[in-house]
Write a protein that binds this ligand. Structure first.
Ligand code: FE2
Length: 384
């Protein structure tokens, strides 16, 4: 079997990597659009970037209104700012939301119609030069060809993909992540862990994605607890940033599976942040996924050091599931009840959520077949 493996063109990584940005933006145009959120402006991160642009004599416009997961409306407004102020390239600064929004803004600045028209298409249109600077260790959006935009008319999360959406430069600097509060650190960290586990257990996994996926799983498993307890631990933050980056590279090439498939409908209907809904689903989905994933789960167990020689592969796989369940508990992942989701409304939506999950195509990437009834069963188990 032959595989294609996509890698971003350039990654600057390390503590203080942002200080190396200057030569990489010097010739990209006389005006940049900085896509971010208002917290980044408030805590001075936008200024850290704009100071570098000032040094290069590049003017800029700040669009810092991507304050939650991006919608078609937020993207349209960003496109208007980009075009009306004559920007030439884009710098995305923030968690996955501003980076996802920036990809869509770049694409729609050179495309006609509405973003909803492009759902399900492979995007090949060249977009303006895009720099992505993640401020959380989670989505891996800085190195992926995906963007998730909510279609506000139909309450559905649209997945747009294509190599053209991959940022040309990713700046992975853990200094931007130290201010991330513990709950967000956990949600985004488990999102990254989910990317890595799903990339490793996807039908579309390949030898190169396996390398990045296993490395990411180990880094995140070893460090997420550390940064949860002490967000100022820069070395552990660096490991988390690298883990999220590796997980991004892995799932960019082998895609995600059941957790992400089931997570998006919860996010779209109940407005639960992406990382949180993944975290809620992870252990339950893994439990159901054991059949079909025994060997790969056992490999993960070996990688994170919980395998013992006396164990059978099945025992190792079961051990992994129980360890991940405990891991999420220790990290205080909330329940749907704690998030004040209305149980009756959740039950009323079971059918739609299961259908949307299957329609996303992600569950079909798993090594075990999931049908609609099983997906509904897992959703119900979240309330136990
Ligand atoms: Fe994700």
């Amino acid at each position: 079997m032959n595989n294609i493996f996509l890698m971003p063109s350039k990654i600057l990584s390390g503590i203080g990597a942002i200080n190396q940005l200057e030569p990489h933006v010097r010739n990209k145009g006389d005006k940049a659009l900085i896509v971010s959120d208002n917290i980044m402006t408030k805590i001075g991160n936008v200024e850290r970037v704009s100071n570098i642009l000032d040094k290069c004599g590049i003017s800029y416009e700040v669009y810092d209104e991507v304050n939650s997961e991006p919608t078609d409306v937020v993207v349209e407004k960003g496109v208007a700012v980009f075009q009306q102020t004559n920007c030439k390239f884009i710098i995305a600064l923030g968690g996955g939301s501003p980076i996802d929004a920036a990809k869509a803004i770049g694409f729609m600045s050179v495309s006609s119609g509405k973003i909803n028209d492009y759902m399900g298409e492979v995007i090949n249109t060249e977009i303006p030069y895009l720099v992505a600077i993640p401020t959380t260790a989670g989505t891996g959006s800085e190195v992926t060809q995906f963007t998730i935009i909510t279609d506000t008319e139909n309450n559905v999360k649209m997945l747009l993909k294509g190599p053209a959406l991959m940022p040309k430069l990713a700046v992975v600097d853990p200094e931007f992540t130290v201010t991330t509060p513990p709950a967000v650190t956990v949600a985004t960290g488990i999102d990254a862990l989910t990317h890595a586990i799903e990339a490793y257990t996807s039908k579309r996994a390949q030898p190169l994605s396996d390398v990045f996926a296993l490395s990411a799983i180990k880094r995140i498993y070893d460090n997420l607890n550390v940064v949860f307890k002490n967000g100022q631990n820069m070395q552990a933050r660096y490991e988390m940033s690298l883990g999220a980056l590796e997980a991004g590279i892995a799932f960019n090439n082998s895609s995600v599976t059941i957790v992400h498939g089931m997570s998006r409908p919860i996010g779209a209907i109940f407005h639960v942040p992406h990382g949180v809904s993944n975290a809620i689903l992870l252990a339950k989905c893994l439990e159901y996924a054991i059949a079909g994933h025994v060997t790969r789960f056992a490999e993960i167990a070996k990688t994170i050091g919980i395998y013992k020689e006396t164990m059978s592969e099945l025992e190792a796989a079961q051990k992994l599931v129980s360890v991940i369940e405990q891991f999420c508990k220790t990290l205080q992942v909330p329940t749907l009840e704690e998030l004040k989701i209305n149980r009756d409304e959740f039950y009323r939506n079971l059918d739609k959520m299961a259908e949307d999950a299957l329609e996303s195509g992600s569950p079909a990437n798993a090594l075990r077949n999931f049908n609609k009834d099983e997906i509904i069963e897992i959703y119900i188990k979240l309330w136990e």
